[in-house]
Design a protein. Structure first.
Length: 254
């Protein structure tokens, strides 16, 4: 089921919806949910095919259509919902926020170190290829070490994939095939993303050591009430881990 209950809080507690990262899962938000406290109601939207044999969707728009259908089962109130997305999850959250706004649902948007590429630049192809393999290595093996070996870049694409698969974390191996399929579909989806305009309250949390230095400024052209906060000492990945999530929750709860 793409919609998961991550935490059942107070009947009148705030509602948070967390959107899957490029790996397709939402386990990356555990530290953040814990930091937000036991009263919040937390839901997660996973990617199609992440926990099943269903075919993954390689379009942000089609993924958003699916997620909107699942959100409709929550009978959302006209206010009080907070949409949270880290990395790729921010792309989904931004589209959902804009579409809910059009339906008259007031929501708060939280983007956590989410990149925004407004146009494809051929000169960025080598950079994107490196980012693809580094990201896949980190998700499957827990680090970028495999993709950082000097001989890695002399391998064919299929050999690179075999190298990464062989180094997979033990808990990844039973679902490795699904993970690889979802990662590839989500990667393709991010390459054709176009942001929508959103006028509601929005926050952008930028990791101090972010690889996406221009992202916040780009998002401000589409999220028209955007506030930007820097998470001191955090990297792109550690920004949603302890102890850095405390900087995020301090901003969200005050």
């Amino acid at each position: 089921m793409p919609l998961e209950i991550l935490q059942k809080g107070s009947p009148h507690g705030a509602v948070y919806v967390f959107f899957h990262a490029i790996s397709g899962g939402v386990s990356c938000y555990q530290a953040l949910i814990g930091s937000l406290g036991p009263k919040i109601n937390a839901f997660g939207l996973t990617a199609t095919g992440r926990n099943s044999d269903d075919i993954p969707v390689d379009s942000i728009v089609e993924q958003v259509d699916q997620h909107m259908a699942h959100l409709s089962t929550l009978e959302l109130a006209s206010s009080g919902i907070c949409l949270v997305g880290w990395c790729m999850g921010g792309l989904l959250a931004q589209h959902i926020a804009a579409r809910l706004e059009r339906k008259g649902v007031t929501c708060r948007l939280v983007l956590i170190d989410t990149n925004l590429v407004l146009e494809t630049c051929p000169s960025r192809a080598p950079e994107l290829e490196r980012l693809y393999w580094h990201s896949l290595s980190e998700i499957v093996t827990g680090s970028t070490a495999t993709a950082q070996r000097e001989n890695f870049w002399t391998l064919s694409d299929s050999e690179k994939r075999n190298e990464i698969s062989a180094a997979a974390l033990s808990f990844r191996k039973p679902t490795l095939s699904n993970l690889l399929r979802v990662f590839d579909a989500n990667w393709r989806a991010t390459q054709t993303f176009s942001p929508l305009h959103f006028h509601g309250p929005s926050l952008f949390f930028e990791a101090e050591d972010t690889p996406y230095a221009e992202a916040a400024a780009r998002w401000s052209g589409y999220c028209h009430s955007l506030q930007i906060a820097r998470v001191t000492g955090a990297t792109h990945r550690s920004v949603i881990e302890d102890p850095f999530v405390r900087q995020i929750t301090d901003s969200l709860t005050h």
